[in-house]
Write a protein that binds this ligand. Structure first.
Ligand code: MN
Length: 254
């Protein structure tokens, strides 16, 4: 019998009124809604410092979803912090890096968006641009922060999906137009990961594992905002859930 796959969704620390209100762990409802729409049982994950407990949670997941969020602490990739690096959340970094590394060891499915693809690259041994001002003179604009008249689902730049990648098998290869709400990006690609999409300025916009790595895939844009308007965006989530359901069936009975 196949059950709906349980998908872990990481959170972010929120301290709405420092010193007055308790610290919280929060995540956008959008991710939970979209994953639920395509058949997941969502499990919102606390940023616990108890790694044994985190492992217990991990063992019960059929897939790991890494959402967007604040910047990664450059310490995670061995660099000192530059002024342009934004707010960080060390508890989130630690939990997400651990979850990705465990999932990579066991080929448990991982889907990562925006900050998530950056976490995936760092967890696998790569580095990031702390700010895309470091990137290149011909850089296109990537930081379309939502405000009037901009919305999160606005398609603002092209990406080229590389042929013969898992992403191409889901979305189709070639040009696609995506939303873009990031000021950091992948600098050095992690060993073992493959680029599956690039922006027109050459910036890496997506990575995935090798053929034998199962579903290990991240994109720099926000497909969760596009599931109603672009069938390819929905197919990305469906493919992740389908792989997570297969992983559950194939897994040793627990
Ligand atoms: Mn972009």
């Amino acid at each position: 019998m196949s059950l709906q796959p349980v998908i872990g969704i990481t959170t972010q620390t929120l301290e709405a009124v420092p010193g007055e209100l308790p610290r919280c762990w929060v995540m956008s409802q959008r991710y939970v809604d979209v994953l639920t729409q395509v058949g997941a049982i969502p499990w919102v994950i606390p940023l616990t410092r108890d790694m044994a407990m985190l492992r217990e949670i991990y063992e019960r997941l059929d897939g790991v979803f890494l959402p967007g969020g604040v910047d990664m602490d450059p310490q995670q990739y061995g660099e000192s912090r530059m002024p342009a690096c934004g707010v960080t959340d060390p508890d989130r970094d630690r939990v997400e890096v651990a979850l990705v590394r465990w999932a990579m060891e066991e080929r448990k499915p991982v889907l990562a968006v925006c900050r998530g693809v950056q976490v995936l690259n760092v967890a696998a041994g790569g580095t990031l641009y702390q700010d895309l001002a470091e990137w290149c003179d011909a850089a296109i604009k990537h930081d379309y922060w939502p405000n009037e008249p901009r919305q999160r689902q606005d398609l603002v730049h092209e990406v080229l999906v590389e042929p013969q990648t898992q992403l191409a098998s889901i979305m189709g290869e070639g040009r696609s137009t995506v939303n873009s709400m990031h000021h950091q990006g992948i600098k050095r690609l992690a060993p073992g990961l493959v680029v599956n999409a690039r922006a027109s300025d050459g910036l890496i916009e997506g990575v995935e594992g090798q053929v034998d790595d199962g579903f290990l895939l991240g994109v720099q844009w926000h497909p969760e905002e596009l599931v109603e308007s672009i069938p390819e965006a929905r197919r990305l989530f469906e493919a992740f859930i389908s792989s997570s359901a297969s992983y559950q069936i194939d897994a040793v009975p627990r």
